[in-house]
Design a protein around this ligand. Structure first.
Ligand code: SAH
Length: 469
């Protein structure tokens, strides 16, 4: 209590804003925040309201109140936006992954471009007011695009359920349908739920620390139609394994690979370190452009195969590589970017931290008859300076980091090596803008090209062409 008063006295001119959980008030929504939530101001305090849209007046019910911000949910919509559409998934309000399903798609694309602008405004990298930010390249049909479903499995009211946790909780929402998933991933997922329930295989229980099956991962190749199923378990043993595999073979002929990943105990990570091959092949093959890619269970691949080629085409255009130039493919995954460009390069080197992915990348070079590319296990921040030290001339560089962006050590060695051609593929405008603050000491942003890899969500991918000053 005392602490709170101390807070109020710092703002002697302001009236303490006493807003409590459960309070309701009409709120005008001004804009969308980085997570796709509506933002308005109540008694001068910022208020986040998921699923509310700019221009709307919504009666907001407060769900969280503290000294810095309010969070609320829509009680009723008094004045709806002309851009509001009916979400396809009835549970779109409850779980993550559908944050923008109520917003017309052209507006989603505008929002993603705005996100890039907002992030630049926040971090203000050199010259940011003049960056050319192009219109977001979207999909013609922005549904049924995700090639991978990774669903938690729990018991709900005596039945097996597979879905996602309610936002900010560990309460599972069963997802019988999901409009952003490629249909075959949902078909396999739901059939697996039925098979597991019929065989009465024990399901993981977080409270009791008991049960076996925690998560099901279904990933489909758009190019070959092959489906890989990974069962993530709380123990190496999988009761009724033989019957389970027989049922999968009989009922799900599209499943060409069955794996088990073991992740014991309570952990925020979904995947454990040990992966066991149960049936069929031990990987699936995806095709991108005219190349084949072996894809292991734990290896990363872009989630939207329809837009992956668009993303890589934009990367290729921005890079404009010559056959006399060496390319570094940093954060390489299974080598998709570097190998797609290898025929137009002198030599390609790439690095990636997941061992299985690096093995796939080197295998993928061989199986596509590419002999000027090699991949190594390790972090970009460790290996790039080593390669430069060893005398490898980095003429061109593509970085495609996870949401956290680039490590300072990597930025230092980029600024030191100053590759003439440099493209940053970012899945997070915030860390991109942050990294540009340092990178623009030596580079200029020629343009930024947002590409929508994740329709119906606030996630935004950007290809940035950088040129030396
Ligand atoms: N370029 C690939 C993968 C991009 S995702 C594609 O288009 O498919 C980012 C990848 O970076 C993941 O595979 C992740 O395992 C890897 N990674 C994460 N941290 C890394 C680091 N510090 N150094 C190198 N790779 C890293």
């Amino acid at each position: 209590m005392f602490k709170k008063q101390a807070h109020f006295t710092r703002h002697t001119n302001d009236q303490p804003v006493e807003t409590n959980v459960g309070d309701r008030f009409p709120l005008t929504i001004k804009r969308l925040g980085i997570n796709g939530e509506g933002i308005g101001y109540y008694k001068r305090k910022i208020c986040f309201v998921p699923h509310a849209l700019p221009g709307e007046i919504v009666v907001t019910e407060v769900t969280e109140a503290n000294s810095r911000f309010l969070r609320g949910k829509i009680h009723t919509i008094r004045q709806a936006s002309a851009s509001r559409v009916e979400p396809r998934d009835s549970y779109a309000d409850d779980v993550g992954g559908f944050e923008l399903e109520h917003l017309a798609y052209p507006e989603q694309l505008k929002f993603k471009r705005d996100l890039v602008e907002q992030s630049l405004e926040k971090f203000k990298p050199r010259g940011y007011q003049h960056y050319k930010i192009r219109q977001t390249i979207g999909m013609d049909e922005p549904f049924e695009y995700r090639n991978k479903a990774q669903f938690q499995v729990r018991m709900i009211d005596g039945h097996v359920a597979a879905g996602l946790f309610k936002t900010g909780s560990h309460e599972l929402v069963d997802l019988p349908t999901c409009a952003v998933q490629m249909p075959v991933t949902m078909k396999v997922m739901r059939q697996m739920v039925a098979i597991i329930e019929a065989l009465e295989i024990p399901i993981y229980d977080e409270d009791q620390h008991s049960g076996i099956i925690k998560t099901l991962v279904v990933r489909v190749s758009r190019g070959t139609g092959e489906v890989q199923l990974t069962i993530i378990t709380n123990s190496p043993k999988l009761p009724r394994k033989r019957e389970l595999l027989a049922q999968i073979a009989e009922q799900l002929p599209e499943v060409t690979s069955v794996m088990q990943n073991i992740n014991k105990g309570e952990t925020p990570l979904i995947w454990g370190d040990q992966t066991v091959h149960l049936a069929g092949k031990d990987a699936i093959t995806e095709t991108i452009g005219d190349l084949d890619f072996r894809l292991s269970a734990r290896a990363f691949l872009q989630l939207n195969p329809f837009q992956t080629e668009v993303l890589y085409d934009e990367t290729a255009k921005a890079l404009n590589l010559k056959t006399t130039e060496n390319l570094v493919d940093a954060y390489a995954g299974i080598g998709t970017i570097g190998l797609s460009f290898a025929r137009g390069a002198k030599q390609v080197r790439g690095m990636e931290v997941i061992e299985e992915a690096v093995a796939d990348a080197n295998f993928n070079a061989q199986q596509n008859d590419i002999h000027n590319a090699s991949y190594e296990v390790g972090t970009a921040e460790e290996l790039l300076p080593q390669w430069i030290n060893d005398g490898f001339s980095v003429d061109a560089l593509v970085v495609d980091p996870p949401r956290a962006g680039l490590e300072p050590e990597l930025i230092d060695s980029i600024l030191f090596a100053r590759p003439a051609k440099f493209v940053y593929v970012s899945c997070n405008p915030s860390t991109l803008a942050r990294d540009l603050v340092d990178l623009t000491e030596e580079y200029q942003v020629e343009y930024m090209q947002p590409v929508d890899m994740m329709p119906q969500t606030p996630k935004c991918e950007v290809v940035v062409k950088l040129v030396r000053r």
